[in-house]
Design a binder for this molecule. Structure first.
Ligand code: ZN
Length: 181
């Protein structure tokens, strides 16, 4: 997980790294200006949308994954309540492998969807623009689709079942290495 061979330092990557300090909205990719939005990593309306979508998921399925409003900058937070309830700070933007929600600690479909949503949110955070691919529910960047299985293997399948926090700089470096110039 800690292997970071030759992290690229091109001007574009340096700029993206700088943007990491002033991230774009991890939901819609728009630049953030208000200090509280920058702190949160999301604009006001997107934060509301994510909360609302979370409530809806809870109403439909009391064991659905729960969104924790903790900025990515503090790490990717993976928590488990009881056996099945997964709590993360990852906005659930797209459903592809797992209509029943996120999971971690093994290499199944719940972990695939968690990985896909992390990679998608990170690309938004970097203000990435690129082709999109249709998913089971919604869509994602084609690049997110290409990266989500390797990301799952590197970070999600191996995460401790009881939960953990994945250090943000490690995720950022992993993403930057795999993004086009
Ligand atoms: Zn937004």
């Amino acid at each position: 997980m800690s292997q970071l061979p030759g992290v690229t330092q091109s001007p574009k990557h340096a700029r993206r790294r700088e943007n990491g300090l002033r991230p774009c909205c991890c939901v819609c990719g728009r630049p953030l200006t208000a200090p509280e939005s920058i702190e949160r990593g999301m604009g006001d309306s997107c934060a509301e949308k994510v909360q609302e979508a979370g409530h809806k998921r809870q109403q439909m399925d009391p064991e659905a994954d729960v969104f924790l409003p903790i900025p990515f900058g503090k790490g990717i937070v993976l928590k488990r309540e009881g056996q099945w309830i997964i709590k993360t700070n990852v906005p659930h933007l797209v459903v592809h492998h797992s209509p029943t929600g996120f999971e971690f600690g093994y290499a199944g479909s719940g972990p695939s969807d968690l990985a896909l949503n992390i990679v998608e949110a990170m690309l938004n955070r970097f203000g990435y623009h690129g082709d999109r691919t249709s998913c089971f529910e919604g869509s994602c960047f084609s690049l997110a689709y290409r990266l989500h299985q390797p990301f799952k293997v590197a970070f999600i399948a191996s995460a401790p079942r009881e939960g953990s926090v994945i250090a943000y700089p490690v995720v950022e470096a992993w993403m930057l290495q795999r993004m086009p110039e």
